[in-house]
Design a binder for this molecule. Sequence first.
Ligand SMILES: Nc1nc2c(c(=O)[nH]1)N[C@H]1C(S)=C(S)[C@@H](COP(=O)(O)OP(=O)(O)OC[C@H]3O[C@@H](n4cnc5c(=O)[nH]c(N)nc54)[C@H](O)[C@@H]3O)O[C@H]1N2
Ligand SMILES: Nc1nc2c(c(=O)[nH]1)N[C@H]1C(S)=C(S)[C@@H](COP(=O)(O)OP(=O)(O)OC[C@H]3O[C@@H](n4cnc5c(=O)[nH]c(N)nc54)[C@H](O)[C@@H]3O)O[C@H]1N2
Ligand code: SF4
Ligand SMILES: [Mo]
Length: 763
Amino acid sequence: MSLVSTQETLSRLKQAVRRLPILQNVDGRMTRELLLNPGSHGLGMTHASLRPDATATSVCGYCSTGCGLRIHLRDGQAVGLTPETDYPVNLGMACPKGWESLRVLESADRATHPLLRNAEGELEPVSWDRALTEFCERFKAIQAAHGADSVAFLSTGQIACEEMALLGVLAKFGMGLKHGDGNTRQCMATAVTAYKESFGFDAPPFTYEDFEQSDCLVFIGANPCIGHPIMWERVLRNQHAPEVIVVDPRSTETAMAATQHLQLRPKSDLVLLYAITRQLIESGYVDHDFVAAHTTGFRELTQHVDSYTPEYAAARTGLSAEKILRAAESIGQAKAASLWWTMGVNQSYEGVRTAQAIINIALITGNIGRPGTGANSITGQCNAMGSRLWSGTTNLFGHHDYADPEHREKIAAVLDIDPGKIPDENGWSYDRIVEGIRCGKIRGLWVIATNPAHSWIHQGDARELLDKLDFLVVQDMYATTETARQADLILPAAGWGEKEGTFINSERRYGVHRRVRVAPGEALADFQIFRAIGAYWGVGEMLTEWTDPEAGFRIMQRASRGQPCDITGIENYAHLDRCGGIQWPWSEADAETKSQGTQPGESMGQYHTPRPHRRLFGNGEFFTPDRRARLIVAEPRGMPELPDADFPMLMLTGRGSVSQWHTQTRTSKSPILRELYPNEPYVELHPDDASRYAIRNGEWVEVSSRRGRAEARALVSPTVRVGQVFMAMHYEETNRLTLSHFDPYSRQPSYKNCAVRLRSIKQ
Ligand SMILES: Nc1nc2c(c(=O)[nH]1)N[C@H]1C(S)=C(S)[C@@H](COP(=O)(O)OP(=O)(O)OC[C@H]3O[C@@H](n4cnc5c(=O)[nH]c(N)nc54)[C@H](O)[C@@H]3O)O[C@H]1N2
Ligand SMILES: Nc1nc2c(c(=O)[nH]1)N[C@H]1C(S)=C(S)[C@@H](COP(=O)(O)OP(=O)(O)OC[C@H]3O[C@@H](n4cnc5c(=O)[nH]c(N)nc54)[C@H](O)[C@@H]3O)O[C@H]1N2
Ligand code: SF4
Ligand SMILES: [Mo]
């Protein structure tokens, strides 16, 4: 089928849909013909490939950097891509994952048809009609027997805002699923909670230019050389000969490029940050005017950190007092210091308070709201930010509050639904959903664009629990993921490049990704799957306005009105394209009163980026009721599982290489990427430990914990300290070992600390 002929089919179908079948037909069911018509892949999608031999720009679908990729089309099909030279994020650069984005769409293990587990226990292809009917009947039967709450969903930071918004509306208000969470719990929940408490809103304040304008950058538990390589490129463009301080227990690529590496003991960050805070206060580096006008809690903070002398901190962190003093001095003396954190902070049993200790330092030194400053959480997935605002999981649509009746009224009006459909409290977090399966309260689970059987903490337990479910539905691009293998029903999804919508990157920038390929077989865009489920479930009426992603975007805009993340001033997708993305907030008032066009000297090539409003808190006003930021402190806690005689090593986990993405469902499908990373699991250990356990570099070893065992090749290297090992999360073996424990406020898993032992096994 050629795409050009699809154009006609498409417009005919669109008309047909508006006239009758999809959501308006009498029994609320989408007709089978319509679903199975190949043209229906594009239903309601405006489509870059409708312009043969042109190019289209899409935001990358892997990490939260949000690089602009120019897609080259022949006869309407994407044939290749290059990084967008003028896009204000990446300025012509991309990492190998971005370059290889199209290749991974072509894999033989793409899910092309719905698959249903038959009486023999095997997955067999079925029609969409059958799949959707089973989906509804099985989940409804579970709800009838065990209550509406007994079915839950797990969503993602890797589908478009419009898709996650539609999913939230459908699942929570249409299907009555009270409990839904997403993989952003594994990733960003700590930053969200920390920001909400400290700033009054989940609001990362920075813009990427801050990487270039800072004269002191502090990276805490972040390895951007691997995780965010194009952000790191922006650091390399910094003309201020900046001090770069890296706080990481490992000698990472980023640490090696730093001017100061604080190679602290794992999970001693809170002590270190309090010691730095104490030193900043003692040395007179506090911006007292800012503190008095814009914060609360400074006296308590001063008292709290008083006992964190450099000597005390040195003993607890394993760093020298001089190193700690030098880092504090660098921050204090900087004209513009910025502090950046990622998973070394968020994935911790005391992550929220650690993140807030970072926020405190930025606040008391007045390093906020000015170029080159900020307490800046770097996001993970391409649309983790979108999931924070729009998934409806941790907050009500557009960062409203489920518990607030006015918010429920507002959102009900925006969605044109009965306010009674909106629950008056948040649903369960991911870990509670998992526990809900254990105790039999959750019987049905719908997993969308995430792979918990690989990525969830203490994997053996997670897999057993998934097996316990009465009905497990997995909606994924690939039929072979670890979770899909356990599913009762697999719904085949189109991937990035085969559908369209918006992502929000780490600096709050909305960008569009476009449909430039046809999805294989009968795979459908998630947006379409949600609409189809709505129709089959009998709540199609509720979704009438959600005809296509851009219509969904307009609903989101209405919901954002008056919120700190107001985007009512964005005209449409074309406007986002023209501007190279737009950072929130961009309200109608902003659009009227602030210059949007290119100013003299501000040209960004083809793009007209709105210049003002690019970083938050320039006026010192925060989103708390009294407009002041909160300085929040806590007592550091101990690691729950310390190395001991049986399990004498501490295991760290994280990203392994630039060319690997998470559970490897996508990146392992590119032959080029496969050349660029180790294809076998490996464990990094220090040369002294290697000789203690008589392990040679490259040999297979057994790594075990109280929860499981794994085999991996030894990578003997001084990048880790004696007594510590590192395993990359990209191999399914890693989470067999991890210990299930969480931050008490954010419920984010603490993936980066558990006790293991090593044993040589000759193979
Ligand atoms: N290539 C690639 N890039 C990615 C991803 C990917 O899978 N592959 N995933 C994306 C996603 S979703 C995310 S969330 C980000 C993650 O990006 P990062 O957070 O930068 O990556 P990690 O390697 O998980 O963790 C960062 C560092 O935390 C350190 N660390 C461990 N324990 C501690 C501690 O107690 N204190 C301190 N200070 N540091 C500690 C680790 O040694 C590690 O170097 O990357 C994104 N980018
Ligand atoms: N030990 C350890 N574990 C970790 C971490 C760690 O540092 N250490 N990091 C954690 C973090 S930060 C994260 S973010 C998680 C990530 O964990 P996961 O979310 O489980 O990892 P992914 O491999 O990104 O899974 C995404 C899935 O969505 C599918 N997919 C991609 N695009 C689409 C789409 O458009 N539609 C649909 N329907 N499916 C799609 C992919 O094929 C894949 O199966 O892992 C966490 N686990
Ligand atoms: S840095 Fe991130 S957004 Fe940019 S090309 Fe690589 S994966 Fe894509
Ligand atoms: Mo993440």
